[in-house]
Design a protein around this ligand. Structure first.
Ligand SMILES: [Zn+2]
Length: 58
């Protein structure tokens, strides 16, 4: 069984989940590669963060 290690782009923690406990987006623990998709990732991260804040309110 080979776990795919991801690293949070927000706090730098290593995790196995795509979304870190801090709400940040976890990416492959390889050197970051800049691409146009990063902009969408940032947008999605903002949406996810909003989602988490809503869950806390419930
Ligand atoms: Zn994090």
């Amino acid at each position: 069984m080979s776990a795919h290690i991801l690293k949070c782009a927000e706090c730098g923690k290593y995790t196995l989940k795509e979304v870190c406990s801090c709400g940040g987006k976890a990416v492959s623990a390889r050197p970051p590669k800049y691409s146009p998709e990063d902009k969408y990732g940032e947008y999605r991260r903002a949406v996810k963060k909003e989602e988490l804040e809503k869950k806390r309110l419930l």
